[in-house]
Ligand binder design. Structure first.
Ligand SMILES: Cc1cc2nc3c(=O)[nH]c(=O)nc-3n(C[C@H](O)[C@H](O)[C@H](O)COP(=O)(O)OP(=O)(O)OC[C@H]3O[C@@H](n4cnc5c(N)ncnc54)[C@H](O)[C@@H]3O)c2cc1C
Length: 563
């Protein structure tokens, strides 16, 4: 049985940063990913990463913007840590080799991002995630004596010992179908988000909520699951993102009547209000008949000088041309709000520790909670790195002080049996996995989007219950061992259904409007009743068990939120 001090599930930015930090503590590390690490979804991050590095800026200002952006649901102790440590992290990245944009004076260049009171987003054109991920991967390779890489391995479940401590995981080697039990003194979930529960989404096909569901299934509480971010600028048919960097560089939003409608909703910040505010404004324009017939409004990037667009936004020039047939340097492009990010996830403390001893979580899979009700653009890359590093450090230190556990081989047998059962399903015995997934995504996008109400959420909940039954019978075609994505798709569908159920149950529970959760039937924020986190736990029953956790307030008392 392979055994490592720290096992990291996921090799995006959170996982790679955690691996480097754990190795630095002296731990032996395994990092595992269902795709090649540089194909992790962090690769898609475009616009940049926030830090108050400029002498005119301050971490307090960054922290306040984050607290306000979260609609006061973010935990302020965690936000303080993230914003205090941000400048050092960006400099560490730069020293490690990230070629951040520089201004004409040679200083690191910034762009403005939504909800921020200073231009503090550091970037590499509009391929920031790719630039970061490749530099971190070089560092992983450099530390190969301490860090073993399991590339194209799919974790199917976490393993606990008799005392409930997490002591390893079961994984399938995607290349040949072999199943393996891994022992570890600490396991870090860094398996990313769950955007594929919605259709369309800006998220890659691999964002299926695996780590959220796996952790939930062994009893780790989830938190803030109702908070799903709809990004204001996505392409209508396919959900592809047009980075917020475009508005940061000066692009405007217009309705079909040519009105720059953000004047009505956020007169101070306009297009650079926080994402929940801009998305709601766009959806209101569309719902009230001032959008275009294809259910969109227009993003006019021609306001940005063409030379600057070609230099700093070149990826979305390609996206506009290839996926919408639009030259964004010459004409507006039609966009609408689209599912983008999950603020909730596995509840952790500020060291990434979950309530299951030995299990950590960092990055989009986790909820520290620094984003609360709404994440500010360019704060997610920061979250992955700061809390990835902190969880790696903590897990590494924990591991050094304990013997290697011996997880029971029955865990491996259980997972092998689960896979054999999926393999035995014959076509014709049920619906196709893709059909169930599509129905789930379309239902979530219709009932659990920018605007929600009890009737729609209840309907979504019922659909999910039915889809769970159908998923248990869903047929697969491929019975092979080599790159069998069919069988993995069946497992991922189960993760998505568990995750979606938790999102809907939490959205039904929160009877107020805050951040990304706007309830048409409870349109006001209600601090007296709802200034608290909703947590969900499995606790043996079929339905998530709802509980509450207090919001940590250090300096900033809740105020009315205007932009
Ligand atoms: C289009 C787009 C643009 C964005 N731009 C920005 C931006 O400019 N700034 C910003 O701050 N944020 C941005 N974000 C958000 C940000 O990119 C993500 O939140 C962040 O990169 C997530 O990183 P992560 O390390 O948590 O997960 P990921 O990068 O998604 O990595 C998850 C890892 O887990 C692995 N994995 C998952 N399940 C399993 C399993 N069962 N077994 C084994 N491995 C598994 C995957 O293979 C992968 O390696 C953007 C998001 C999108 C969608």
């Amino acid at each position: 049985m392979p055994a490592h001090d720290v096992l990291i599930i996921g090799a995006g930015l959170a996982g790679q940063r955690a691996a480097l930090a754990a190795a630095r503590e002296g731990a032996t590390v395994a990092i595992m990913s269902k795709v090649h690490p540089v194909r992790s979804h962090s690769n898609a991050a475009a616009g940049g990463i926030n830090a108050a590095l400029n002498p005119d800026d301050s971490w307090e200002s960054h922290a306040f913007d984050t607290v306000k952006g979260s609609d006061y649901l973010g935990d302020q102790d965690a936000i303080e840590i993230m914003c205090r440590e941000a400048p050092g992290e960006v400099l560490w990245l730069e020293h490690s080799g990230v070629t951040f944009h520089r201004s004409e004076t040679g200083h690191l260049g910034t762009r403005a991002f939504g909800g921020a009171s200073a231009a503090r987003t550091y970037y590499v054109a509009d391929i920031t995630g790719q630039a970061l991920l490749h530099v971190l991967y070089e560092q992983l390779m450099k530390h190969h004596e301490q860090i073993d890489r399991y590339e194209e391995w799919f974790v199917t479940s976490l393993v606990q010992d008799d005392d409930g401590e997490c002591c390893g995981a079961v994984a399938r080697n995607i290349r040949d179908g072999a199943m393996e039990l891994f022992a570890a003194k600490a396991v870090i979930q860094a398996s990313g988000g769950a955007g594929q529960c919605f259709k369309p989404t800006t998220n890659a096909l691999i964002c299926t909520g695996d780590g959220i569901a796996q952790s939930y299934r062994i009893g780790a509480p989830l938190m803030d699951m109702e908070m799903i971010q709809y990004h204001p600028t996505t392409l209508a048919g396919n959900g592809i993102l047009i980075t917020e960097g475009a508005r940061g560089e000066g692009a405007h939003l217009y309705n079909a009547q040519g009105e720059r409608f953000m004047e009505k909703y956020a007169p101070n910040k306009m297009e650079l209000a926080s994402r929940d505010v801009v998305s709601r404004s766009e959806q209101t324009e569309i719902n009230e008949g001032r959008g275009f017939p294809d259910g969109t409004v227009a993003l006019d990037i021609t306001k940005v000088p063409r030379k600057r667009t070609l230099e700093a936004l070149r990826e979305i020039v390609n996206i506009g041309r290839d996926f919408a047939g639009v030259d964004i340097t010459r004409e507006p492009i039609h966009i609408r709000p689209g599912c983008h990010y999950i603020m909730g996830g596995v509840k952790t403390d500020v060291w990434g520790a979950t309530e299951i001893p030995g299990l950590y979580a960092a990055g989009e899979v986790a909820c520290v909670s620094v984003h609360g009700g709404n994440r500010l653009g360019a704060n997610s890359l920061l979250d992955t790195l700061i809390f990835g590093r902190r969880s790696g450090e903590h897990a590494g230190r924990r591991a050094l002080g304990m013997p290697m556990p011996s997880p029971a081989f029955s865990a491996l047998a259980d997972e092998q049996r689960m896979i054999d059962d999926v393999m035995r399903r014959r076509p014709g015995t049920g619906r196709r996995i893709s059909q169930i997934k599509d129905e789930l995504g379309e239902t979530m996008n219709e009932k659990c989007a920018v605007f929600r109400d009890e009737a729609g959420l209840t309907e979504a909940h019922e659909v999910i219950q039915r889809l769970k039954e159908e998923a248990a019978r869903a047929a697969i075609d491929d019975r092979g061992t080599v790159f069998n994505q069919d069988v993995l798709g069946a497992i991922e569908l189960g993760y998505m259904l568990d995750t979606a159920e938790c999102i809907v149950v939490a959205a039904l529970e929160r009877k107020e409007s805050r951040g990304a959760q706007f309830r048409l039937d409870f349109p006001k924020r209600d601090d007296d009743e709802w200034l608290k986190h909703i947590t969900l736990s499995r606790n043996g029953g079929p339905e998530p068990e709802v509980a509450y956790a207090p919001v940590t307030i250090t300096k900033w008392e809740p105020q009315e939120r205007t932009y």
